[in-house]
Each structure stands twice: as C-alpha cells, then as structure tokens.
Design a protein around this ligand. Structure first.
Ligand SMILES: C[S@@+](CC[C@H](N)C(=O)[O-])C[C@H]1O[C@@H](n2cnc3c(N)ncnc32)[C@H](O)[C@@H]1O
Length: 226
C-alpha cells in the first residue's frame, strides 16, 4: 500500500513513522509511507498556505490551490483522498477495514480554521473525524487512522499478534478481559477457567465476558452501530 500525508508539519510524523508497527511495515515493504510538504506547492515569497476568510471572522483558512496541486503532483487518479476533519464521518474499525483494502491513500491534514470548502467539493473522496473534539491540526488524526489501517495489512502483525478477528469492534463487540502470569497477584486470581486447559470452556467464557462487557460499556455496539 502507498500512503501520502500532505501537511505543513511533516516533522510531527517522524517519531510515528520510525517506531513500532509502522516502522516494521515500512521496513518489510508492506507500506510505502511518505510525507508531502504542502508549502512546496506555494508560489509566493512567504510560502503561504492560508488566507483570510471571505465574509470576515477570526482565523485563517487553508487556500485551495496548494492542496489541489499537491494532490495532482502525486498523479494518483485512483487514490482515496482523505480529508481529516472534525466535521467528517466518525472513524470506526469498519472504516479502517475499508481503507485497508485500497492500494493508495492520500491524507490531507488541515490546520488553522480548516480548508477552503472547494477542497471538500472537488478533491476529497472521504472526510473522516477521529472524535467529537477539535485538535490543532490534522497530523495526529491522520496518524491515528494510518495506525489502525496499517496493522490490518496482511503480514504486518506477527502470527502471535494477529488477533484481528476477536479484537474489540471486529465482531461488533468489545474484547473479553485478558490475563497473563502470574496466576495470582496481590490476592487477585486469574479466573480458574483460563487455567483449566479446557479450550471449549475458555471460548465460552470469553464470549460471555465479551457480551457482558459490551452491554455494560458500549450497548450501542450491540444495536449494530459498527
Ligand atoms: C482547528 S481544526 C479546524 C476546526 C474547524 N474550524 C471546525 O470547526 O470544524 C484544524 C484541523 O485539524 C484537524 N482536526 C481537528 N480536529 C479533528 C478531529 N476531531 N478529527 C479529524 N481531524 C481533526 C482537521 O484537519 C482540521 O482542518
């Protein structure tokens, strides 16, 4: 998969790209992830990517031309162009799965008051929000989406980690509780069934726990929200 992230703050992604699972996916050649400096597509002395809003009001708005030109420079007519925006569709595991099936994703990270509406109208294929709160710019939201997508790509997680099927949200439920050694810690014992070696009983316990936990914490999921 190819991923391009268009931003005026490529440095914010450096740690993210060089660590953990995304680094591994890049090293293995499973994902080709690049940043694109939006200011490289400006033509004025100050390399301005923003301007005052028509109609007045506070703040600055990101100009359309550099964003259109940056996307055009990637000459990728089949790519999904994802605008990170608090006004977008809420990000879910289903969206992560959908994006993971693509060959090429382009993320457009906003800043200031947001982007000129014509970017939404004529350039982006998806507008995604990572939650009902407002961050300063779109880099962290893009990193959240990229992380969720890349770990779903075949081969990224090792055999021992590839628990996608039972993970929270994958079957519309939260995952069951997890324990590891020791079997007793500060008086708290691991449930006997997990130590029993009875795989059928363990499976039954996990399913029941997953359902009860979802009902208690996220009943909306049981209504089929995701
Ligand atoms: C300060 S926000 C702009 C908010 C905009 N004025 C509004 O009220 O919708 C600047 C940029 O941060 C990013 N951003 C902020 N919060 C986000 C969220 N919850 N999900 C996705 N992107 C977000 C977007 O790229 C946005 O263009």
């Amino acid at each position: 998969m190819r991923i391009d992230v268009i931003t005026i703050f490529p440095g914010m992604l450096e740690g993210f790209l060089g660590e953990s699972m995304v680094k591994r996916a890049r090293d293995m050649g499973i994902v080709d992830l690049r940043t694109v400096q939006l200011r490289d597509f400006t033509h004025d002395r100050h390399r301005s990517v923003d301007d005052r809003p028509y109609g007045g009001g506070p703040g600055m708005v990101m100009k359309p031309e550099p964003i259109f030109d940056a996307v055009a420079s990637l000459s990728a007519p089949d790519a999904r162009v994802v605008l990170m925006s608090p006004q977008g569709r809420p990000f879910t595991q289903a969206t992560a799965r959908d994006l993971a099936a693509e060959e090429h994703l382009i993320f457009v990270c906003g800043h200031y008051e947001g982007v000129d509406e014509r970017v939404r109208e004529a350039l982006v294929t998806d507008e995604i929000s990572i939650g009902d709160y407002v961050l300063t710019n779109g880099v962290l939201p893009a990193a959240v989406v990229i992380d969720a997508v890349v770990r779903l790509l075949p081969g990224v997680l090792g055999a021992g980690e590839a628990g996608h099927q039972q993970e929270s949200f994958s079957e519309g439920k939260l995952e069951h509780p997890q324990y590891t050694r020791p079997p007793e810690y500060r008086g708290m014992r691991v449930p006997e069934v997990l130590l029993s070696g009875d795989h059928g009983a363990v499976e039954q316990w996990r399913r029941a726990q997953s359902k009860a936990r979802t009902r208690a914490r996220r009943p909306d999921l049981l209504d089929g929200a995701d």
